[in-house]
Design a protein around this ligand. Structure first.
Ligand code: ADP
Ligand code: MG
Length: 243
């Protein structure tokens, strides 16, 4: 198996408060990994460290054989390879749907506008939003906005997609359409690291589930094992509370 990202002994503190402690894990090419755990357990911080929105306090993030936390490493080329989808869509409200998916390609990847539009349309089709290319974000429902945000990230053709609770800000009736798109993506061989509260979804789509508790990985394993036969007491407690 080929690791896309390998994390070794990663730690992160805010002041005196250590929120990630000695995190070791990796994501293999084509793998779908779901991260679950209580609020405050460090899930978002872990994703934010992986895409360098936060500077880790210690440890290594190895991408294609190189520690990207080495000073001499080119973090820009690394970050281009990560797609990120947030809870709060973060669309550009003054741009239409198509442009939302074009801007990054032109600015960061230096693609021509024509090529970028073609790529954007391809991924807007994947998420079922190609009929809305001229719409502005404010004209869309939350579920539609999130699907555009996914298409925008996919348009950058990243090596790995990171999702941080992509359905948590949605009205319940819109959760399904976003999970459906993510499920379809999971079936295409895309490498995905997903923080989610949707346990049924995690059970169904993930190759591996990582349970975080108080800044450490308390347990990880196949979804059947984690959900049906958890080893750790704190995993059992968490699942009892959420299922
Ligand atoms: P989760 O995503 O699992 O809910 P977070 O990663 O958001 O957890 O937070 C983990 C811990 O780190 C929490 O105690 C939170 O208050 C703290 N934390 C997160 N971001 C910051 C920050 N920018 N400054 C200080 N503390 C933070
Ligand atoms: Mg979070």
């Amino acid at each position: 198996m080929e690791s896309v990202i390998e994390i070794q002994h990663l730690s992160k503190s805010f002041g005196n408060h250590e929120v990630l402690t000695d995190i070791d894990f990796s994501v293999q090419k084509g793998e779908v990994v779901c991260v679950i755990g209580s609020s405050g357990s460090g899930k978002s911080t872990l994703l934010r460290c992986i895409n360098l929105l936060e500077k880790p306090s210690g440890g290594k993030i190895i991408y294609r054989g190189e520690n990207i936390l080495d000073d001499r490493h080119d973090i820009h080329s690394y970050r281009k390879k990560l797609g990120m989808v947030f809870q709060q869509f973060n669309l550009f409200n003054n741009h239409n749907v198509l442009n939302n998916c074009v801007v990054g390609q032109v600015k960061v990847l230096k693609r021509s506008k024509e090529e970028a539009e073609k790529t954007a349309l391809k991924y807007l089709k994947v998420v079922g939003m190609d009929q809305y290319v001229n719409a502005k974000p404010k004209q869309l429902s939350g579920g539609q906005k999130q699907r555009v945000a996914i298409a925008r990230a996919l348009s950058m053709e990243p090596d790995v997609m990171l999702f941080d609770e992509p359905t948590s800000a949605l009205d319940p009736e819109m959760v399904g359409e976003v999970l459906k798109v993510m499920k379809e993506l999971a079936g295409t061989g895309l490498t995905m690291l997903i923080v989610t509260h949707e346990m049924e979804f995690a059970k169904e789509v993930s190759d591996r589930v990582v349970f975080m508790d108080k800044g450490v990985i308390a347990e990880e394993g196949a979804p059947e094992q984690i959900f049906n036969n958890p080893k750790e007491e704190r995993t059992k407690e968490f699942l009892k509370r959420t299922l």
